[in-house]
Design a binder for this molecule. Structure first.
Ligand SMILES: [Mn+2]
Length: 365
């Protein structure tokens, strides 16, 4: 797919332009019959937008059929609204029958990070991602992993810009929302390439649809989770730890922690809760030079779990041998001890965010 060399106007010399990544990506797929996109479990807007954008790129430039998949449920209200409003057609990963001549392209994620449910038997053709926590990518024919980028959607937008493609409004809106959600929070985790992608996409975006997605109605279980988190929160110096007994869905932990990290006295927030036979963790930080993904990965790996993420946001899980209250207490105190150590915070007694006396008084009034 390399372009014809350009005439530089000097002595009739023709110098081939450097191969662009989008050219190399498309060339690597040219011999396939179809392309299927996969991402991490409970795909978020960056994962969804990246698959939508790349699917448009492959279908338009190569004329190949594509499929976009969904690994696990999409639970967060805004993410469900994105799928509904933009009419994204997602095939559940367990329903995919892999065909010969089909390329598997993984976005916003890397193999063997514990964030996929499909088997190891299917070879991955390409990985396009921006996570700072690594997976196993050796031997993968096409790799574009840029840790300095705020969003995978920014990288995909760059590919589309390079190929000079006209974007349908739903493609532009998906990519824009994917980038915007990844850059949420302060300080922003953004590079100039993220901002130039936003700038390029903005005129083509359906702004009313974005507003509708951002303000998606929230279910009862969000408020239940928030109440439990508020009632259980302890502050240890710059860290707030909040526990939710039962998470109606695993994404509630990240939804709640986005709010908890806004507390004026802290720089780190962790929200965790039990979902099925796992304890699910979500971390946010506002601290300078923090490496949330790496910190959580190290803490949870030592306890037999998995985690990944970025400098300011991370998520992970621990398998639970038992969900009895005493077993969960044990896991909570072990995690607390290790997390405080990782952040160099004295294992002091924390202070409750909400004094118990006040909570009881509120119920009785
Ligand atoms: Mn991402």
């Amino acid at each position: 797919m390399s372009r014809p060399s350009a005439d530089n106007g000097l002595n009739g010399l023709r110098i081939a332009p450097a191969t662009r990544r989008s050219d190399r990506f498309l060339a690597s797929l040219a011999d396939y019959k179809a392309v299927t996109f996969v991402s991490h479990v409970h795909p978020d807007p960056d994962a969804l937008g990246s698959m939508v954008g790349l699917s448009h790129l492959v279908e338009t430039c190569l004329g190949l059929p594509t499929r976009i998949t969904r690994d696990g449920d999409i639970c967060r209200a805004e993410n469900r609204a994105m799928v509904d409003c933009l009419e994204l057609e997602l095939v559940p990963i367990e329903k995919i029958e892999w065909q010969p001549g089909e390329a598997l392209v993984m976005v916003d994620s890397q193999p063997k990070t514990g964030r996929h449910t499909f088997g190891d038997g299917i070879p991955v053709h390409a990985v396009i991602d921006h996570h700072t926590t690594p997976g196993e990518v050796e031997g993968i024919p096409f790799l574009d992993v840029r840790r300095s980028l705020g969003a995978t959607c920014s990288l995909v937008t760059r590919y589309l810009m390079e190929q000079d493609l006209r974007l349908p409004q739903r493609v532009a809106t998906s990519l824009y929302y994917g980038i915007e959600t990844e850059l949420g929070g302060y300080p922003r985790e953004a590079s100039p390439l993220d901002d130039s992608a936003l700038h390029y996409l903005y005129p083509q975006v359906d702004k009313d649809l974005i507003a509708k997605i951002k303000n998606a109605p929230l279910p009862d279980n969000f408020y239940e989770a928030l109440l439990q988190a508020l009632q259980s929160s302890f502050i240890y110096d710059s860290l707030m730890l909040s526990w939710i007994d039962d998470l109606a869905n695993p994404e509630l932990a990240s939804q709640v922690v986005d709010f908890m990290v806004r507390h004026e006295g802290i720089e780190w927030a962790v929200c965790a809760g039990v979902h099925e036979d796992r304890m699910v963790f979500s971390v946010r930080t506002t601290a300078a030079r923090a490496q949330a993904g790496e910190v959580l990965r190290q803490v949870l790996n030592r306890l037999g779990g998995k985690a990944g993420g970025h400098d300011r946001r991370a998520g992970g899980f621990l398998p639970l041998a038992s969900t009895a209250a005493s077993a969960i207490d044990g896991v909570q105190s072990e995690f607390r001890r290790r997390m405080l150590k990782a952040l160099c915070i004295d294992d002091c007694r924390g202070r409750r965010l909400m004094p118990v006396r006040d909570m009881i008084q509120n119920i009785n009034s």
